[in-house]
Design a protein around this ligand. Structure first.
Ligand code: KG4
Ligand code: ZN
Length: 352
């Protein structure tokens, strides 16, 4: 059995194919990062137009990489939300056409569920042990951290999620992108902050928003703290070509920011997982690519932690194919009735 998953919720056009055991046979990703980088954030209209150009070749390439024929595909799965409406429409309509042409069921996948199920996708190059240990044992606390979302989701059973906590303002990835912009670093900000923070000098810590008594998060305060500190240190406003700024100061502030975000995410996730008597923790979403976040969670957590490899952390089609496989097995055949569910997301980092 093969499930083909289509992801176009943001700025990645991606098609993945998984088999009935959740093994990833293809995961082709056409990223638009370079196109949006010049604007400092995602421009929704540009994103949807690019999806139109990329979706068909990416789909054909996935079939080729997987070494299967169109007739081998048993289910088509597609992200229907949350995300950018114009981008979602391209992928969802393409998948409706594809499923009709192939005469197979179409299954809708919530983008966030897809991120979670991406953790169970099996690839050749990553250790499956923590996943195998976790499969079948519930509940599992999932921290979903991306450019548009920061959510603590309790997986009570397969297909059964309970939202435990979420951000009340900025998503963690959005905070990374905005802090990077303040520091004069390129978009997307997460990898840039991690790069310059590596080996940076320690600086006076920035505050942590604990939101005590709640599992919610808040990251707009830390962004303002970075802005204020950058003004005090006279490194803001600046541009990438401003060579008068001491890179060590930028690096130190990037590190203080990253330390604060990582500390809050890790501490609150472990606290919530222990309180809910979880069997383990799963870390997913684009920000899960962050090295210090991964390392700190693994070191500090008394529970087993599962984190997918990088290509399954950021937006990708294989995670949607995995979500489609789970939904299909749970009896879902709802694709043709689906409409796009847009979130309030309007692109990640146009304003600091
Ligand atoms: O899941 P994703 O690919 O797309 C969304 O659904 O948003 O996440 C993208 C986000 C961006 O905000 C980006 O800055 C962040 O993930 N990100 C990182 C790292 N790599 C990507 N944040 C921190 N550290 C990283 N290494
Ligand atoms: Zn995502």
């Amino acid at each position: 059995m093969y499930v083909l998953g289509i992801e176009t919720s943001c700025d990645e056009t991606s098609v993945g194919i998984v088999d009935g055991e959740g093994r990833v046979r293809a995961n082709v990703i056409a990223t638009q990062i370079d196109i949006h980088a010049r604007y400092g954030g995602i421009v929704p209209e540009v994103a949807s137009r690019q999806h139109v150009l990329d979706i068909r070749p990416v789909c054909e390439q996935a079939i080729e990489v997987a070494g299967v024929d169109w007739g081998d595909i048993d289910v088509v799965a597609a992200t229907y939300g949350p995300g950018l409406a114009g981008s979602l429409i391209v992928g969802l309509n393409f998948s409706k056409g594809l499923a009709t042409a192939l005469g197979v069921p179409l299954v809708g996948v919530n983008h966030m569920d897809g991120h979670v199920y991406g953790a169970w996708a099996r690839t050749e190059d990553h250790g499956l042990e923590p996943f195998q240990d976790l499969v079948g044992e519930q509940p599992i606390m999932c921290l979903v951290v991306s450019g548009g979302h920061t959510e603590l989701v309790l997986l009570e059973d397969h297909g059964q999620f309970r939202l435990v906590g979420e951000t009340r303002d900025d998503a963690a990835g959005e905070a990374f992108d905005k802090a990077a912009r303040i520091l004069g670093l390129r978009y997307p900000g997460g990898p840039e902050i991690q790069r310059v923070a590596d080996g940076a000098p320690d600086m006076e810590p920035l505050p942590r928003a604990w939101m005590r008594g709640s599992d919610d998060f808040s990251f707009s305060g830390i962004k303002t703290a970075v802005l204020n500190r950058a003004r005090t240190l006279e490194i803001y406003p600046r541009t990438t070509t401003d060579y008068t700024v001491d890179p060590q100061i930028v690096a130190g502030l990037a590190k203080a920011f990253q330390d604060s975000v990582v500390d809050v995410l890790v501490t609150k996730t472990i606290g919530a997982a222990q309180r809910e008597n979880c069997a383990g923790i799963v870390l997913v979403g684009g920000v899960a690519a962050n090295g210090p976040l991964r390392e700190t969670l693994v070191v500090k957590s008394p529970l087993p932690v599962a984190i997918p490899p990088f290509k399954l952390c950021t937006d990708n089609g294989a995670m949607i194919a995995m979500g489609g496989l789970v939904n299909y097995r749970n009896g879902r055949r709802d694709g043709w009735d689906l409409d796009v569910i847009p979130s309030l997301r309007i692109g990640t980092s146009l304003l600091a």
